[in-house]
Design a protein around this ligand. Structure first.
Ligand code: ASP
Length: 310
């Protein structure tokens, strides 16, 4: 495994291996001295052309805890703003001898294109509306911790599906792990031809959240991505919250054991109420904590693990 560009590139065994290794990486978080020597002498560039809180910070922490040298670049502070092409910029960074670039970019497919140009490993940290593989892996890790084996479990993915890159990655990983998935969105935010769009089958779609909630083991709420919307996808924010938000009334529809996830950042009061976000069954902060461990495992698999080409 040299790159992590899409969950579609991973076998079920590779997904499970990343999740299993993350369990031991997670123990580092509870130590006073959070440092493993594994990636000493390795250099990792976080190259973020789009805003990020969780993904950027946790990849940086993951690299530092594994003793790699980590550097952060954004589109703004680099020569991209002087008109340098993306290709010239990444070839420049690659020529410095870095081992890995972790790339977030507003264009779907940009990390895969960069992987074709450079010699170092590329991790897709979110590309447009395409994929966000490390998010899906940390979501699967969090759900496995809460529910055990995901084979046969039922997960509803709810919200602005059209603009979400988290959706496709999660759909692929949850199906690979044997979970049943129901996608729930208003008709305007359900991707057209979703079955061929996702490149995976064996899931349901629904416009009726109230009907789906009593049947789930987990509900994954996705953010309404206003920054990617050009038109009106729903009449008002209030109407969206009433029809597709995880309101206090809907919380009561969930089975007792069911858990709630959200990749963040949350729009409280829109797709998720404060009551749901802060409920005991909400795993939002567990996801953040898992994010560091799972990203350490990703770095391990790409730069230090068996089968690494480095
Ligand atoms: N943080 C996730 C992403 O970058 C989810 C979101 O922004 O809604 O895709």
């Amino acid at each position: 495994m040299k790159h992590l560009l899409s969950i579609a590139d991973l076998t079920r065994e590779e997904i499970v291996s990343i999740l299993d290794t993350a369990v031991s990486m997670h123990e580092v978080q509870d130590r006073d001295v959070k440092k493993l020597p594994t990636l000493r002498g390795r250099t990792i560039i976080n190259f973020f052309f789009e805003d990020s809180t969780r993904t950027r910070a946790s990849f940086e922490i993951a690299g530092k805890w594994m003793s790699a040298d980590t550097i952060n670049l954004t589109g703004k502070g680099t020569s991209i703003s002087k008109g340098e092409s993306l290709r010239d910029t990444v070839l420049t960074i690659d020529a410095m001898g870095v081992d890995m670039m972790i790339v977030r970019h507003p264009a779907s497919g940009a990390p895969a294109q960069i992987a074709d140009w450079v010699d170092c490993s590329i991790v897709n940290a979110g590309d447009g509306t395409h994929e966000h593989p490390s998010q899906a892996l940390l979501d699967a890790y969090t759900l496995r911790r809460a529910l055990g084996d995901l084979d046969g479990r039922h997960v509803a993915i709810v919200g602005d599906l059209t603009h979400s890159r988290v959706l496709r990655s999660n759909l692929l990983s949850l199906r690979a792990l044997g979970a049943a998935v129901t996608l729930v969105a208003p008709p305007t935010l359900m991707p057209a031809g979703v079955a061929s769009w996702a490149g995976v089958d064996g899931f349901e779609t629904s416009y009726d959240l109230d009907e789906v909630l009593p049947r789930v083991d987990a509900v994954m709420m996705l953010r309404v991505q206003r920054e990617r919307m050009s038109g009106g996808y729903f009449p008002t924010a209030r109407e969206y919250a009433v029809t597709y938000g995880l309101t206090p009334r809907r919380l009561a529809l969930l089975p007792d054991h069911a858990v709630i996830t959200h990749p963040g950042p949350m729009n409280r009061g829109l797709e998720i109420s404060a009551e749901a976000a802060d409920a005991a069954r909400s795993l939002v902060l567990d996801q953040v904590s898992a994010g560091v461990a799972v990203r350490m495992s990703i770095l391990y698999h790409l730069l230090a693990g068996e089968g690494s080409t480095q």
